[in-house]
Design a protein around this ligand. Structure first.
Ligand SMILES: Nc1ncnc2c1ncn2[C@@H]1O[C@H](COP(=O)(O)OP(=O)(O)OP(=O)(O)O)[C@@H](O)[C@H]1O
Ligand SMILES: [Mg+2]
Length: 480
């Protein structure tokens, strides 16, 4: 052990004095370690020396004085990037470590002789290569050479990268190279990342948390049928949001945006959310409010969401009793009085867990999300009954843009016909156009009629089916 420790120490010193690359210094270090072993072997023939003389006295002397003295000659500086960093009284996984790992992945593959391979993210097919402990790779940046080495002290879970560079490159490394590593590493991580769909659940420990599956919804703005001008304006809005970091900072607003999607069932609200996530390449957090028991739980869930995500509350009108005016918190009520806030669909009276999720709790949680969480986030509420929502919930600033998803119009129909049947025009289009004006039919219904159900189905038969359905709907509307 003693010879190993002293050998390592000597190796570091030699590396520093000579400005050698760590791999070269390792050879010299081993030679010196061998010398120390020899000295140890002859120690029994030098009576009077205390036990562990070399380990404690010589080793400590070298460490304490030589290192300091040789600092004058030391041309190399090191920066360690640990896998974990301190966050208050807890340890947190370091993002910089992950970014450095992703950045070095490409460099490792060409240089290191011993590598680890791992999937870039859960469910991903891309590999991230990382170097094994003590492997070294060199990197060039604006004419400067730096060396990276990976350490896994004691083979434990705590790992770190050590960046070694000449001290004349100190400013370059600190001000430009490290930010470059983080930027590039993040870009690699973003490229490898697959989107996830999170849903909340309350596990055995009764603490609300998120679980996820890979998000693979095929809906895009190219497949979404709606008025083209409206679609374009939504896409422009999303573009402005995604690229608006500096703008939001300049005007002093949190980088968040709220959308309210409203309209009858089957008009494409959920489809639109999937298209937005695919367009922006964001994760989705789909909150099921009926399984959130308290305001605190909701806040806890929202704060756990990550940046570049869309937080969705579907059917907010029936998620919980959030449609009424804000009420006083239930704690103000006498202990034996009935709960002031309950689920909308009258819970059974023997329900043990009385929900204390309130409208003001939801408003506070959303506002808290706005102010407390870093990174861009979109929050979307959907509803079939916009007129029943409390204005406070959907006021601008919370829900910045209200998007009506209405019954199928002729433009949307033409879009679906192109998508589903591959036709831009057809003799039956005029009849469809006329009937669409009278009949209130959802995009989902139109899509269903245009879908081929058997090998014999074609544009003629599908359009004829749609016409029949439209005629029926029209009659029903007139009948009413
Ligand atoms: N605008 C649309 N463009 C393309 N397909 C659509 C559109 N609207 C609906 N559809 C089709 O109808 C199905 C149902 O739509 P969706 O679930 O998005 O409706 P919704 O408005 O969310 O309904 P609900 O209010 O009941 O949740 C989708 O799977 C999709 O195939
Ligand atoms: Mg829906």
């Amino acid at each position: 052990m003693a010879s190993k420790g002293i050998g390592k120490c000597t190796e570091v010193l030699v590396k520093r004095i000579a400005g050698l690359r760590p791999a070269q210094a390792a050879g010299l270090g081993s030679a010196l370690a061998a010398l120390m072993v020899t000295l140890r072997m002859v120690r029994p023939f030098l009576p009077g020396l205390p036990r562990n003389f070399f380990r404690y006295y010589v080793g400590r002397l070298i460490k304490r004085y030589l290192r300091r003295a040789l600092g004058f000659l030391d041309p190399c500086l090191t920066v360690n990037i640990g896998e974990y960093s301190a966050a208050g009284d807890r340890m947190r996984h370091s993002q910089v470590y992950d970014q450095a790992k992703a950045y070095l992945s490409a460099r490792c593959s060409g240089q290191a002789r011993s590598l680890w391979a791992d999937l870039a993210s859960h469910g991903s097919h891309a590999f991230v290569l990382s170097m094994s402990s003590r492997e070294e790779v060199a990197d060039e940046f604006r004419g400067a050479t730096v060396w990276w080495q990976h350490f896994n002290p004691g083979g434990g879970a705590w790992e770190f990268y050590q960046l070694v560079f000449h001290e004349r490159h100190r400013d370059l490394v600190v001000q430009s190279y490290l930010p470059h590593v983080c930027r590039e590493g993040k870009a690699v991580m973003d490229r490898n990342r697959r989107r996830r769909l999170f849903t909340n659940y309350t596990g055995d420990r009764q603490i609300a948390s998120w679980t996820y599956v890979m998000f693979e919804h095929p809906s895009t703005f190219e497949t979404l049928a709606m008025d083209p001008a409206k679609k374009r304006s939504i896409m422009d809005d999303l573009d402005a949001f995604r690229d608006g970091k500096e703008y939001y900072t300049r005007i002093g607003k949190a980088w968040k945006r709220g959308y309210l999607l409203y309209g009858p069932p089957g008009t494409g609200k959920s489809t639109m959310i999937a298209a937005m996530a695919n367009y922006l390449d964001y994760d989705i957090y789909d909150i099921e409010l009926t399984s959130v028991a308290t305001n605190i739980e909701l806040r806890h869930l929202l704060i756990q969401t990550s940046g570049k995500s869309i937080i969705v509350v579907e059917d907010i009108d029936c998620s919980a009793d959030l449609t009424g005016k804000r009420k006083k918190p239930p704690t103000m009520a006498p202990a034996n009085s009935p709960p002031t806030q309950t689920l909308a669909n009258s819970p059974p009276t023997d329900q043990k867990k009385v929900t204390t999720l309130t409208l003001s709790g939801l408003l506070n949680a959303v506002d808290g999300l706005w102010s407390a969480c870093e990174g861009e986030r979109i929050i979307i509420f959907t509803t079939n009954y916009v007129e029943e929502l409390d204005p406070a919930l959907i006021r601008h600033g919370r829900m910045d843009r209200h998007i009506e998803m209405s019954y199928c119009c002729f433009e949307a129909f033409k879009f679906l016909a192109k998508n589903y049947l591959g036709v831009d025009d057809h003799p039956l289009f005029e009849a469809v156009k006329e009937l669409l004006q009278a009949a209130k039919i959802t995009t989902a219904d139109v899509a269903e009629h245009l879908m081929r159900k058997c090998a014999d189905d074609n544009a003629d038969s599908c359009l004829a089916n749609l016409l029949k359905a439209l005629a029926l709907k029209g009659e029903a509307v007139l009948g009413n």
